[in-house]
Design a protein around this ligand. Sequence first.
Ligand code: MG
Ligand code: ZN
Length: 366
Amino acid sequence: MKKLIFIFLGALFLLSCSRNNDNVELKPVNDNSSNGRNIIFMIGDGMGLAQISAARTVNGDELNILRCKHIGLVSTRAADKYVTDSGASGTAYSCGEKVNFYTLGIDTEGNPLTNIFEIISPLGFSTGLITTDRITGATPAAFYAHQPDRFKFELIALDILHKDIDFFAGGGRDNFDNRSDSLNLIDSLTAEKYQVVTNLSGIEGDKKVAALLYAGEPPKMSENRGDMLSSALTVALNRLSRSEKGFFIMAEGAQIDWAGHDNDQEYLLKEMADFDKAVGVALDFAQTDGNTLVVILADHETGGYALVDGDAASNTVVGEFVSNQHTGIMVPVFAYGPGAENFTGTYENNEVFYKFLNFLGVKKNN
Ligand code: MG
Ligand code: ZN
């Protein structure tokens, strides 16, 4: 098995997390504290305990994630496979059922499942999706799509058109405007009363937001993605916290998983730092707001990553990967805010859905 050893200098690492001038300024998000019940659901795709431990060490033993005092463990397996994927595990979180590998929003018989956005949006909750993947990637798509194949991005893009998502941001613009069927879904989004922007600083007014920030996959942090994740979350919180009923935002650190597939520790640590920065934005909002539950977890672990050595004094870790695929280990859950105590203990991934509905005071209507 390939053995990767990287020595990391904490100072250099911090310097590398520089700002991207293309993105909007981070502003305080608590100028209009909400009255409703809010959930900020943060998914670190592929983020196991070793990934969190490594990020903590290279950051001087501190992480925003570790501000949470309520911690649990989630079993992630799919209906038909011990080791899951983001489609099946994302669907468990969004729809409350274990489903088959590579599927999105459909049960094991192929019937569409009602997802949490479809339940709470008609009740007046605002909804948001943010990802460092394509917006058509499996993790965000679990919150709007009903498809048997998570890789059919063009079909998945069609599924977002008639949903009532108030804010979404990520890559994958080519699935909307450069399609094999020549349809122009940007026009369709505009007709659905969205403002479609390619830069967060272009957002204005009260219209729903479709921020298609990259033609394809968003770049890595090391390729200058900058503050996209934290900035998009800040903008979404500013807008969605106007909802009197409350809001649900899912924000994903997608490339923690991609770094695991690549067995690339340097890539992994930069993506972990970016995700943890966004977690800080979520926790700061929740801390001031008082009505916001923040839940941080993974859909599965990726890479079978382990720490075989390290040095706390120099903020360095030595990691190894045993796989370039997902693994079946339980993943940690961190919760903060009202209702956080309900996320302690051990449970299956699909139970998270019912914990969310419970917190929002909503029942599944079928
Ligand atoms: Mg993902
Ligand atoms: Zn993966």
